[in-house]
Design a binder for this molecule. Sequence first.
Ligand code: FMN
Length: 189
Amino acid sequence: MSSISSLSRIQHLILDVIDNAPPLLGALASIEQRDRARVRMVVIRRFDAADMSIAVSTDLRSRKVSQLHQHPSSELCIWLGERRISLRLLVRWSIVQSDPASPSALAVLEEFWQRHSPASQAIFFMSPPGERYRRIRRQRPQRKRPETFAILLGVIQEIDALQIGRSRHVRWNYTRSATGKWTKSRMNP
Ligand SMILES: Cc1cc2nc3c(=O)[nH]c(=O)nc-3n(C[C@H](O)[C@H](O)[C@H](O)COP(=O)(O)O)c2cc1C
C-alpha cells in the first residue's frame, strides 16, 4: 500500500510536517489580469483534517490577495521531499481580515499573529509588498496586530497526489463532491 492511497494517510502526511518538521511550504498560484498565472512560496500554517481546510497568513495589501479575491480557486502545490510526494491541492480561498463584527475572525487572526516571529511581524508595518523599495526610518518594533495582517483560508476541493517511488511512480486523485463526499481514483502518473 502506498502512503498516498488513502485520504487519511495524506492528512497524516500533511499534519506530520506541520506538527513535527515545520515549515510546510507550498507554491500558491493565482491569476493576474485574467490571462497571467503567478506563483509564490507560502507557509501552510494550519491544516484541519475535519473540514479539509488550510490556512496561510499574508499581507492584505499583497497582490495575491486581490488576485484570489477575483479568482478564488487556485492550486497550492506541496513537495514532501523526504517522501518524494507531490500534493497538488485545488483550493477555494476566502480572506479572513480584521472585522470588529466577527469575534471569531479576530481571535484566529490574533492567534496566528502571536505565532509570527518579530522579523516577520515587522514586514506588516512596511510599505506594501511588491512596491519599489524606499528607505524609511526604522520604526520601533510593534507587537500590536496591524489591520494589514490577514489569513487566506482555503477549502480543499481536490487533491492530486503523486509519489515518485524508486521502483514505481503512483498517482491518486481525490475529489470532493458538492455534498462534501470524497471519491478517489487511481490515475496514470
Ligand atoms: C520560504 C518562503 C515562505 C513564504 N511564506 C509566505 C507566507 O506564508 N505568506 C505570504 O504572504 N508570503 C510568503 N512569502 C513571500 C511570498 O513568496 C511573496 O514574495 C509575497 O507574498 C508577495 O507575493 P505577491 O506579490 O504575489 O502577493 C514567503 C516566501 C518564502 C521564500
